[in-house]
Design a binder for this molecule. Structure first.
Ligand SMILES: NC(=O)c1ccc[n+]([C@@H]2O[C@H](COP(=O)([O-])OP(=O)(O)OC[C@H]3O[C@@H](n4cnc5c(N)ncnc54)[C@H](O)[C@@H]3O)[C@@H](O)[C@H]2O)c1
Length: 380
């Protein structure tokens, strides 16, 4: 019999679903030391919380996140709410001694993120930030190939995250559907929402980013705010491009926008090293492109590795070689790793402290764009 672990998820939206799915499925595919129990779901609207509880098999629901924290039976508080609510919930959960999973970005900014790091470290509670793309098997395999030294010295890291859903000036800001466009709820635009993913993966692959030089643009300057009913200035960055230097001497080049017509979620990266290069594309997520200059010249070329064999990261837990998995499985993987480490008293990456490093890069990017000069990234 596995020890039961009672989970309270705050937020029944997009991420509330991916996390609920992960807690439900993880025991079926991974030999984890705990059996997660979906104890309570929390969200702003009672009828929606109840419907979610019924659909996903939660024992109870509430509209008050404080009730989740006060509930002595809850072991894990899982934060799936807009960015401006992360800190308050996480700090209260840490004080109550709960293990915490928090969606990305960690906070609205570095100063707030630091308070969250201090709270979890003072309380000594397990903590994880949901930068889930690390746990796409092909992205994890890229990390393995880099750590094995196959690329040699790394020269370049470039990443893009492109979308096209805010081009119309009629898309409002604020409210529950479009909180990402309201700077008070989101903290920033594409920098914290999309580039944070790219930055987390890049620093995991290639080490710390030390300096940045950025430009941002807000293409639509005013939008209706559904919370106030007034047309208000837009405070988020619609697009961001930045150059950076990594601590290991390599150069970085990152771009994100919600104005790339035709792209819904094009997250790609390419890494160029002395001996080899790696490329990956979220829309072909089970493939890792690899070029090795050491191959015999007559067969040398880019190869497309189908990351489905059982000796590839996480894949031995799923189907048979040749069959693929997708986006939702990244959350199952992070849950499996979290439960495994929780039982051993070990941290799971990225911890709040590791996510703070990403937050500091985001801060430096936004400051650089504002000041139009290179900025040094604060050390975590
Ligand atoms: N890892 C990823 O790939 C990924 C993808 C999308 C979103 N996210 C992150 O997940 C978080 C949530 O995003 P989402 O897309 O799921 O949002 P969403 O709008 O789909 O859902 C937000 C939920 O939060 C609830 N909520 C809001 N304020 C609350 C409060 N004060 N108390 C209780 N509940 C409250 C709402 O009722 C809703 O259920 C954000 O931080 C976002 O950046 C991560």
């Amino acid at each position: 019999m596995k020890k039961k672990l009672n989970v309270g998820i705050i937020g029944y939206g997009f991420m509330g679903r991916t996390h609920s799915n992960a807690y439900r499925r993880v025991v079926n595919f991974f030999d984890v030391p705990y059996e997660p129990v979906l104890q309570v779901i929390c969200g702003l609207e009672a009828d929606k919380a109840k419907a979610f509880a019924d659909q996903w098999g939660y024992k109870s629901h509430t509209t008050d996140w404080r009730k989740v924290i006060e509930d002595k039976t809850i072991d894990v508080v899982d934060i799936c709410v807009p960015n401006n609510v992360h800190a308050e919930i996480a700090i209260a959960a840490a004080k109550a001694g709960k293990a915490i999973v928090c969606e990305k970005p960690l906070a609205l900014n570095g100063a707030q993120g630091k308070e969250m790091v201090d709270a979890v470290e003072k309380a000594g509670v397990a903590n994880l930030v949901s930068f889930n793309y690390r746990r796409v098997p092909a992205v994890t395999l890229a990390k393995q190939l880099i750590d094995e030294g196959r690329l040699g010295k790394i020269f370049h890291y470039r990443a893009n995250f492109l979308q096209d859903w805010t081009i119309s000036a009629k898309v409002p800001q604020g409210g529950m559907a479009t909180w990402r466009l309201d700077v008070k709820a989101a903290g920033s635009g594409v920098t914290g929402d999309l580039l944070a993913h790219c930055i987390d993966t890049a620093m995991w692959h290639n080490g710390p980013i030390t300096t940045v030089c950025a430009m941002t643009e807000t293409f639509v300057k005013e939008r209706m705010n559904v919370d106030t009913g007034k047309v208000e200035p837009v405070g988020i960055d619609d697009a961001c491009t930045f150059l950076c230097r990594f601590d290991n001497g390599s150069l970085g080049n990152f771009e994100s926008t919600r104005y790339a017509r035709g792209h819904k979620a094009l997250y790609t990266f390419e890494i160029n090293g002395e001996h080899a290069s790696i490329g990956w594309d979220l829309q072909d997520l089970h493939r890792l492109n690899y070029f090795d200059h050491r191959d015999e010249s007559i067969v040398r070329g880019w190869r497309s590795i189908h990351v489905t064999d059982s000796d590839m990261p996480y894949m031995g837990k799923w189907w048979v070689p040749g069959l693929q998995i997708g986006f939702e499985h990244t959350f199952v993987h992070q849950t499996a790793d979290f439960l495994e480490n929780l039982a051993k008293g070990k941290p799971t990456s990225p911890t709040f402290r590791e996510a703070l490093a990403t937050q500091y890069v985001c801060d430096a990017v936004l400051t650089s764009a504002k000041n139009q000069k290179w900025e040094t990234v604060k050390k975590r």
